[in-house]
Structure formats: C-alpha cells, structure tokens
Design a protein around this ligand. Structure first.
Ligand code: ZN
Length: 431
C-alpha cells in the first residue's frame, strides 16, 4: 500500500528523462520497426502494470489478465517493456497440477539499485539498497556540515562509489537517490529551505548536483519524515497513525496519519522543536524566538544543564553514556527533557489521535528514563479516549530508519507509473 501523500506525485525526473518526454513527438516520426512501435505502445501503461509487482507478489499471465482486465496482447506489450527495462523476470514456483513448475512473473529486486543517504549534524551515512528497499551495503563518514553542499555531496558520492565497487555494480545501476537532511526541505524542488544548522545549504539544488553525476531520479526530504517512513516500513501493515519524534541535536517529528506521511502546505508539518513550552521563559532559541522546546530539551541543552551542575558532558553520546552509567543528574535531566517534550506531545495527541508515539534520535537511547518523563505528562494531560490505547516507545529502526525511509521514498517515486513511462520512452529513443 502507498505510504506517501498525494502531494509527493511531483517527481524529479532526470534531465535525460525530461528530454525523452519533450523529444517524444520527434521520436515518433522516426519509428521504423514494428517492434519499436509495439514497445512504445507498451510504454504507456507499463508503469501501472508494474505496480502489481511492487509488494513482491509473483503473478501468472492468467492472473494478470484477470487483475488488469487487459487483452492478452496489450498486457504482453506492457510486460515486454518492463522486461526490457530489466525490472521483471520469470520465476519458477512450485509444481502445477500437470507436474511442470508454474512459471510466474515477478519484480527482480536486484535489477537496479537505490542510493540512500542520511545526512546528520555530524554524520553522513549512505547505503545501496535493492528495489525491495533492503539495504545491501552501508558506509559512513564523519562530516562537518559547514563544509557546505559541494564537499559533502561529493563525499556521499565517493562512499557510494566504494560500495558499488564492492558489489561489482556501476553507477548506471542506480535508478534513484533518496536523501534525508537535518532541516526543512522544499519537497517539490529538493532544496533545503532556511535550514538553521546547515549554513551554505539554503536553496541548494541537490537534485541538479546529482543529475550531473547520475542518471537517476533524486528525492530529498527532511530526515525526520524519512525516519517516520522507515519506522512504518518496520512496523508493517495496520500502523497507520503514529507520530515519530527525533530527539537529538534538534527536535522534530514526522506525522503518519491515515497511513500517509503528512507534510502540510509548505512541508513544515511536524516541526515541533519551535513550539513554546512553559519552562522556556527567558531562554532564547537559534530560530529567534523565546522558549522553544528545542532550546530547552535538545541533546546539547541537556549536556549544558549537566555541565552547569559540574558533570562533564559535551555530546549527545555523553548524555546517553551518563544515563546508562546511572548518573543521577543525567537521569534527572533526561527525565525533565521527557516532560518538556511531553508538554508538546500532549497537544499533538489531542490534534492527531495517534496510536503510537515513537521516539528516535540519539537521546532516545536513554530509554525508559526519557519515556517515563514523556508518559508522565502525556497520560496526565491527554483526554482518556485518546490516551487509553496510546503506546509511547522508542524506535525499532535505530540508525537505519532514515536510510530505510530514503530508499523507500526513492523507490516509490522511481517506480511510479509516470517515471517508468518516461524511462521506457528514453530507452526506446536511444535504441
Ligand atoms: Zn526556536
């Protein structure tokens, strides 16, 4: 089932794909062989047929004819296109009643690769995944965000190149890139929008940078949205209403409602870090406002609180390590951050009525001490009906969440009917 909002139907088609569409009229005039004509006819609608395979189901031709209501010849034209694109192949499944193995058609998950990138405040992780969104290989590198987009994207590409070599694959195998960044993103253009902790990245055209190096569709989103999608992948069917909260250097959330990621009108839905909380009076935030949740309860703020009490803590990891070691001040500080977060989440529960609140990000490793603070406030303030079955727990995806979300969203768009049609036309135009 689709987990992405309709507003995501806008796709970043690569330059050559755009050209394939724009040049289509001219291409039609040059068709010489009946085979090309057949394949071109099949391109229209091939993407729709492909959707039947994306959940991993293998189908017989008879099943497909019944499912689609298409004439066998039309169906075959579309299957031919998808086979030529290398996306579908035949698989043998069990023995039919006649004793011969039944031949079915299925998506070939290893046919193409997806490059997933998770950019954090101080880390860069990349993974190559197959078309089933299963990560095949991962790599990571520490980075300094202020080095700017050119240097960091080049590092991501270099890491990807290393993984491709390890897999014995090439850049041409990459069909899509999904990237998460730690800040707001204009989803339609793939450009960060005034990201507070990413100087030099504002309005940088990330998709165009990748298009200079890869013939791939590029999708860029806020990392918390991708973590929410990654978590949904892990949870599986029936988890259609939950809130994913990242508590790390910053604080943000991704909203899954009715099974769909909600971005809102401008893509900033879920930006809970800058909601004012009671304990924030007199505390100024880097966004320019006073009393923001992020200015009071983020990882760096917890570390600062500990230093003021004479406990040495610099990083998010230090905070988590201190809690794990049973340091009382650290446990108190994390529990208080949980209460602060709970104040905002109680309001979110009233607005959205989620069945779960899932806490991720580095500080979530503080576990039960953090959750206790959140639960204390949310269960106390929430209406009985909205909190009766509400679960508040830590993420199951851990560090992989954003990468999984990035590959899922990139595959969703790269294998969408429109993108497949554009790819098919491009392929036949080049033949
Ligand atoms: Zn703020």
């Amino acid at each position: 089932m689709s987990i992405v909002n309709r507003s995501m139907s806008t796709i970043h088609v690569s330059l050559s794909e755009s050209c394939a569409l724009l040049c289509f009229t001219g291409f039609m005039a040059n068709i010489s062989s009946p085979n090309s004509l057949q394949l071109t006819r099949g391109a229209s609608g091939a993407g729709e047929v492909l959707q039947l395979f994306l959940d991993g189901t293998a189908h017989s031709r008879t099943d497909l004819a019944a499912l689609t209501g298409m004439a066998r010849s039309t169906l075959q034209e579309r299957l031919d296109v998808l086979t030529q694109l290398g996306l579908l192949g035949t698989v043998q499944e069990g023995a039919s009643t006649g004793g011969r193995p039944a031949q079915r058609i299925a998506l070939l998950p290893e046919a193409r690769l997806v490059l997933a990138i998770d950019l954090g405040a101080s880390h860069l992780r990349v993974a190559l995944a197959n078309l089933a969104s299963t990560p095949l290989l991962r790599a990571q590198s520490p980075i300094v965000l202020t080095d700017g987009p050119q240097a960091i994207l080049q590092t991501a590409l270099d890491l990807a190149e290393g993984l491709l070599q390890e897999l014995g694959r090439s850049r041409e195998d990459i069909i899509a890139v999904g990237m998460g960044v730690p800040g707001p993103v204009n989803f339609d253009t793939g450009r960060p929008a005034n990201p507070p902790i990413m100087p030099g990245w504002d309005d940088f055209d990330i998709p165009s940078w990748f298009h200079r190096h890869l013939d791939a569709l590029v999708v860029v989103d806020n990392d918390v949205n991708l973590m929410a999608i990654g978590e949904k992948n892990q949870l599986g069917e029936g988890n259609d209403d939950f809130l994913f909260v990242k508590l790390a250097t910053g604080i943000g959330s991704g909203i899954i409602s009715g099974g769909l990621l909600q971005r809102g009108a401008q893509g900033t839905a879920g930006d809970i870090g800058h909601v004012r909380i009671r304990r924030g009076d007199g505390i100024f935030c880097h966004c320019g406002n006073e009393g923001c949740l992020e200015a009071v309860a983020s990882g760096p703020k917890i570390a600062q609180t500990l230093r003021e009490q004479g406990v040495e803590a610099q990083s998010n990891n230090d905070v988590v390590d201190l809690v794990s070691a049973g340091n009382i001040q650290a446990i108190h500080a994390v529990r208080q951050a949980g209460r602060d977060l709970g104040e905002v989440l109680a309001a979110a529960v009233s607005l959205l009525n989620p069945s779960q609140i899932v806490i991720g990000g580095r500080i979530s490793a503080a576990g039960e001490h953090l959750l206790a603070g959140i639960r204390e406030v949310v269960y106390q303030r929430g209406a009985p009906l909205s909190t009766q079955h509400l679960q508040i727990r830590t993420s199951r995806s851990w560090e992989d969440g954003a990468l999984r979300g990035a590959s899922t969203i990139a595959i969703h768009q790269a294998l969408s009917p429109q993108a497949i049609e554009a790819r098919a036309l491009e392929l036949f135009a080049s033949n």
